[in-house]
Design a protein around this ligand. Structure first.
Ligand code: ATP
Ligand code: MG
Length: 492
């Protein structure tokens, strides 16, 4: 199958997002679609998927006019999409089996849903992507990475004639992503055109046959093999990227210490110091215990063993309220599930945990709130019309920046960022890294990453977590990437 897009435009009210995009997807090619946060990538994808209608332009599929008015119309034509917002692809209140079979149920077919009949089929869908979770697990109870894999498994089961993946690896680490890549290469070899959106250069180097760049709603580059990656980054940003290399900031005294801490059953006890002025990245595969560790530091769960101190005093938060009161803040990994409040506008999503600081005599001072939001928009280059924007109208990466801005609003002793770069573009990652290092002074900063390269871009010190235990530690400026990769996948 082949898809041809000509002169596609899209406006949301007065905001023109796509300004005449031409794009042709040929059989058997993986096209990487690159663009900064807010460039219009997901908007284009949603038009092809029948979620939004275009304001102008035409599409043809194998030469025939194609203008899906609903997602199911696109699906019937063989156009399968994995959307960027992971929770848009799955139903959190249903279990894995139900999520995998939901399309079958909606399509009519047999009116009777028999779990037994569908079990083998659902298991085969999981096996294809190498996901090992019980079919009876509720999606809401699964880590984000597993939800993302369920979404991918469900999409692949549609037997796509054209496949579009919008940031499919944002919550996955290398080895999990590799399973997906192998499946995608299989589909490419069968002639399926694939449009692949990612902010991870590693994915693009690994997969892409071609790169198309989008900037401010216009195509600015079309690269074929041999691919010029830095040329593509320049075309997507409109400027060269600054150097990633940074020197290690000398660490200050320890702010938070953990001794003999156990966060996973059966794991070896773990000792760690988080030091003032230092950005520490903890990297590990899914299931390594990163989120458990973060949640323990933030009072969302009790340690199975061990003790912590904060600025020298015993620290044992019973819930996040205790942690925030002590100056320990955390931006959680599941943006759409927990941290973003869709009913609130951009400004309120920034100030939410600190409303007290933005009110006077019990009244919200909207002017202060809006001022803080405008500062955040400027400091982090958030693409938005202004502080009053509904948060859901922001692109995925820009929503992520809002969550970061929130936790930089008040001084923290310890700032924990769980997967802060999901869907954040390469230039913004550098800006955020710089902002974190520049504001670090008395604060200890802990970043949990599944992507090693993102950790290297950002951190002064990298620690590998595997099976709930620390395996290796290295400092920026003297990194051995191969040794880190090895430590990540080492057996317990
Ligand atoms: N439903 C909507 N209503 C209003 N504006 C929207 C809506 N969806 C997207 N936009 C605007 O369209 C622009 C492009 O957003 P889009 O989600 O397409 O960006 P993107 O390239 O996918 O970015 P990212 O890399 O962050 O995912 C943004 O300025 C966004 O605010
Ligand atoms: Mg997007």
């Amino acid at each position: 199958m082949s898809l041809q897009i000509e002169g596609m435009t899209k406006r949301f009210g007065t905001n023109t997002v796509l300004r005449g995009v031409d794009l042709a997807l040929a059989p058997g090619t993986i096209t990487a679609f690159m663009g900064a946060n807010g460039a219009g990538k997901s908007t284009l994808v949603k038009i092809v998927a029948g979620v939004h209608s275009a304001s102008g332009g035409t599409m043809t599929l194998d030469g025939r006019p194609f203008a899906p008015v609903t997602p199911s119309a696109a699906l019937r034509a063989g156009v399968v999409v994995v959307h960027q917002i992971i929770n848009d692809n799955v139903v959190l209140t249903m279990d894995v089996l139900e999520n995998l079979m939901i399309d079958r149920l909606c399509a009519g077919g047999s009116p009777i849903f028999r779990r037994r009949t569908h079990r083998d089929e659902a298991q085969a869908m999981l096996d294809r992507v190498g996901l090992d979770v019980p079919l009876s697990a509720e999606l809401a109870d699964l880590p984000l990475a597993d939800r993302q894999m369920v979404a991918i498994a469900r999409a692949l089961a549609h037997d796509p004639k054209l496949l579009i993946l919008d940031e499919p690896t944002s919550a996955l680490s290398d080895s999990e992503a590799e399973r997906l890549f192998a499946v995608l290469e299989g589909l490419r070899d069968q002639g399926v055109p694939i449009l692949y959106i990612s902010h991870r250069m590693g994915d693009i180097r690994r997969l892409a046959d071609r790169i198309v760049t989008l900037r401010d709603g216009r195509v600015t580059g079309d690269f074929s093999a041999p691919l010029d990656y830095s040329g593509a980054v320049r075309a997507m940003l409109g400027a060269a990227l600054d150097a990633a290399a940074h020197d290690r900031v000398p660490p200050g005294p320890p702010v938070l210490t953990a001794r003999g801490l156990r966060v996973l059953p059966g794991a070896a006890p773990l000792d760690i110091d988080l030091n003032a002025a230092e950005v520490t990245a903890i990297v590990g595969l899914v299931g390594a215990g990163k989120t458990e560790l973060a949640e323990t530091l933030y009072g969302l769960r009790r340690p199975l063993a061990g003790k912590m101190t904060l600025n020298g005093a015993p620290y044992a938060p019973r819930h996040p309220g205790d942690a925030v009161a002590a100056g320990v803040f955390m931006a959680a990994e599941d943006r759409t599930g927990g941290s973003i409040v869709p009913d609130f506008d951009l400004a309120r999503n920034v100030t939410l945990p600190f409303l007290g600081a933005f009110s006077q005599f019990g009244m919200m001072r909207r002017d202060r709130e809006a001022r803080r939001a405008s500062e955040a928009i400027a400091a982090l280059d958030i693409v938005a019309q202004g502080p009053d924007d509904p948060i859901a109208s922001l692109s995925g990466g820009n929503q992520q920046k809002v969550v970061l801005a929130r936790w930089l609003t008040r001084p923290a002793r310890v700032l924990i960022l769980d997967e802060p770069f999901q869907g954040v573009d390469i230039a913004a990652r550098r800006d955020i890294g710089r902002a974190l290092r520049a504001t670090a002074r008395d604060r200890a900063t802990l970043v949990l990453c599944s992507d090693l390269d993102e950790a290297i871009e950002l951190a002064d010190r990298i620690v590998i977590l595997s099976h709930g235990a620390l395996r290796a530690e290295q400092e920026a400026g003297a990194l051995d990437r191969t040794a880190l990769v090895h430590a990540m996948s080492a057996a317990a």
